[in-house]
Design a protein around this ligand. Structure first.
Ligand code: PBG
Length: 347
């Protein structure tokens, strides 16, 4: 008999009680892990629920500030902003993306004025501004790379001028991180960071997001710039390239179907790795919970801890607020179910 064998070795000892389990936990979620993605739209005093994302809203800039108060109180350190651009302002060159008085720029300025400590990140890609719904400029049916990347660099400077702490290019054009870093340095924005969507896959899980921004591609798909879901070595190459080009944070997106990619990227880079728990992943859990097929809170927390286990340092998630409430055992506002069984017993 050997102490590494049964009955001396019993895995169940460390699972005996909540306190022992919590001491033995290998990974932990913290509210400080989260980025809350937020959708902003033109107008005042309005919020609109996104049909394919129950309990998630687009806000006009004034109401967004109220939402941010709550986010700040919950201790969530960062937000990632997406602007819904009216159709009449969309064109092929994304002209509106560079407007210093554009929705994104105005929103960033007002947020930084009210909440200077909050880390404000902005999405940088042309799709919400493009009449084709593509992330770059279209010529002869192709999404052209270099001109698009130059434009994204200008857009990044415009967001930095408005006060963005990080720009988050989500377009997957080649070389754009270098061009963006270069443009930020040349305009004096030495401390504006870049969170690169490095391994962004051509995924069906972005569907609800495209509903939120009305940004679905008008022709074709995004497979000539977003990655093929069969690939993992390529994800590592993309992340390493972005790190070398000057990315401060690299991202893997979507999250749940790509946990292996998160792990591989984490082992290959020295910058923090973020993961985007995207709209379709949110919608799946919401839909199953609505049907009574899954417990929403349990499913959410199990998915979020999976990101930590896979190696993610930072998690962008539409569940950020609910997870923050559970982690702090705070009550939910009326209308949002806290889930039977509650997390207070389990965290
Ligand atoms: C746009 C962008 C997308 C998402 C973030 N930035 C959609 C797309 O590439 O079509 C998806 C986010 C989500 O699904 O939650 N460049």
């Amino acid at each position: 008999m050997n102490y590494t064998q049964f009955p001396y070795s019993r895995g169940r000892r460390l699972r005996t009680s909540e306190n022992i389990r919590s001491m033995a936990a290998e990974h932990r979620l913290s509210v400080k892990d989260f980025i809350a993605p937020l959708f902003v739209m033109e107008g005042t005093k309005q919020k609109a629920e996104i049909p394919s994302m129950p309990d998630y809203y687009r806000f006009t800039p004034d109401l967004l500030l109220k939402e941010l108060e709550e986010i700040q109180q919950l201790g969530i350190p960062s937000v990632l902003l997406f602007a819904k651009v009216p159709d009449e302002k969309k064109d092929n060159e994304g002209t509106e993306a560079l407007n210093p008085e554009g929705l994104m720029q105005r929103t960033v300025r007002s947020i930084k004025k009210e909440f200077p400590e909050l880390v404000v990140m902005t999405d940088v890609a042309l799709d919400p501004y493009s009449n084709y719904g593509h992330d770059g400029i279209v010529r002869d049916g192709q999404i052209i790379n270099d001109e698009s990347a130059q434009l994204l660099a200008k857009m990044s400077v415009s967001h930095a001028e408005a006060g963005a702490d990080f720009v988050a290019p989500s377009d997957m054009m080649d070389g754009r991180i270098l061009l963006i870093r270069d443009a930020l340095e040349n305009t004096g924005f030495h401390h504006t960071g870049i969170m690169a969507y490095s391994a962004k896959y051509a995924s069906c899980f972005y569907g609800p997001f495209r509903d939120a921004l009305d940004s679905a591609p008008g022709f074709g798909d995004k497979k000539t710039y977003q990655m093929d879901p069969s690939n993992i070595a390529e994800a590592v190459k993309e992340a390493v390239t972005d790190e070398q080009e000057g990315a401060d944070i690299v991202m893997v997106k979507p999250g749940l179907p790509y946990l292996d990619v998160v792990r591989a990227v984490k082992e290959a880079v020295s910058v923090p790795v973020s993961v985007y728990n995207v709209s379709g992943e949110y919608a799946m859990i919401k839909a199953a919970a609505e049907k009574g097929w899954l417990n929403e809170d349990d499913a959410m927390m199990e998915v979020l801890i999976a990101f930590k286990r896979a190696g993610a340092d930072i998690i962008a998630s539409y569940f950020a607020k609910n997870a923050a409430r559970l982690l702090q055992s705070l009550p939910f506002p009326k209308g949002i179910p806290s889930g039977e069984g509650g997390m207070s017993k389990r965290v």
